[in-house]
Ligand binder design. Structure first.
Ligand code: KPL
Length: 318
């Protein structure tokens, strides 16, 4: 279990917190590299034991493969990490930070690739701000069972340091690239997180409410237009917040992601179908809050947040 049991002098320790769809997918992608020592950290002992025994099973378009990844619910069993990647749901970020404390040393990079706004700020309050990195990935993954994931498509990871710790961001990009992942460094993390949240605001609630796959949003003229209107609203709120959107056409970008992930069930639809709490509070909810703080209007985000929360309550979660 302890990665010191099979030391490789130049191996790097990567700990992934949260064995959901994205956590398991990245544990497998990184864990198949011999020069990386990868472990998963869960908070549930029973689930950790199962993953530890069976490994992470990935149903990829080219075939199914299993990667043996140590998984534990006790961070004390693991040694200090070079890189911790937080992949829990946004509402669990603080709990994840507390849980992985024992593996975070002064040199550890703590990277959030979660959905939603506000995650890196929670991590910055818990760890030194210099060691916190944030980024996005639009890879598609569906959790089929404990430690079992259907991989839809692997997309680029974009990451950076919110406070400009270039050296740490550079070395983390290199580490991830060494696992054959496509990784881009950004100097403007907030702009990237807003681009991602714009996509999630436009796709996730609408797919969850209508129980459609991402690509099906484009098949209905009304839903396609509504997704576009939501995207434009988030764009305007971002402008009020001071986000530099650069060359970014909100409607076109949403349609591009719907096409690229057409057969995917969005994470919010997966949550609704599994009876889990959704991240809506950190997606449209966070944009509506930002709008309020900056004197902008976000009636669609407000409405979608209320509808998804109502749906979650009706389905018996809260
Ligand atoms: O990030 C996603 C999600 O489902 O949360 C998208 C990009 C919409 C892919 O499904």
């Amino acid at each position: 279990m302890n990665r010191n049991d099979s030391p490789q002098s130049d191996s790097r320790n990567v700990i992934i917190v949260g064995p959901g769809a994205m956590g398991c997918l990245h544990a497998a992608l990184l864990g198949r590299m011999p020069h990386l020592d990868v472990a998963l950290l869960d908070y549930r002992t029973d689930r950790a034991e199962l993953i530890n025994e069976q490994g992470v099973i990935i149903e990829a378009p080219a075939g199914t493969y299993t990667v043996s990844v140590p998984c534990t619910a006790d961070a004390q069993e693991l040694s200090t990490a070079d890189l911790v990647i937080i992949f829990t749901k946004a509402y669990d970020t603080l709990a994840a930070a507390e849980h992985c404390g024992p593996v975070v040393g002064p040199e550890t990079a703590v990277l959030t690739l979660q959905n939603g706004l506000g995650n890196y700020q929670v991590l910055q309050q818990h760890f030194a701000a210099e060691q916190v990195l944030a980024g996005t990935t639009a890879s598609g993954a569906t959790l089929l069972g404990v430690g079992q994931v259907r991989q839809a498509g692997i997309s680029k990871i974009v990451l950076g340091s919110p406070i400009g710790n270039q050296a740490l961001a550079d070395s983390t990009v290199e580490l991830l690239k060494s696992a054959d992942l496509e990784v881009e460094l950004t100097a403007d993390v907030d702009a990237r997180l807003w681009r991602k949240v714009l996509i999630n605001c436009a796709i996730n609630p609408l797919t969850a409410l209508t129980r459609r796959r991402n690509g099906e949003l484009l098949e209905s003229a009304a839903l396609r237009d509504l997704a576009g209107q939501v995207a434009e609203e988030v764009y305007r709120v971002g402008q009020a917040v001071g986000i530099d959107w650069g060359e970014f056409d909100p409607r076109r970008e949403v349609e591009k992601v719907c096409q690229a992930t057409a057969t995917n069930q969005s994470s919010m639809l997966q949550d609704i179908l599994a009876g889990r709490r959704t991240e809506v509070e950190y997606i449209t909810g966070a944009v509506a809050n930002a709008a309020e703080r900056h004197g902008a209007a976000a009636p669609l985000c407000q409405c979608l947040t209320a509808l998804v929360e109502g749906l979650t309550e009706a389905e018996g979660e809260g």
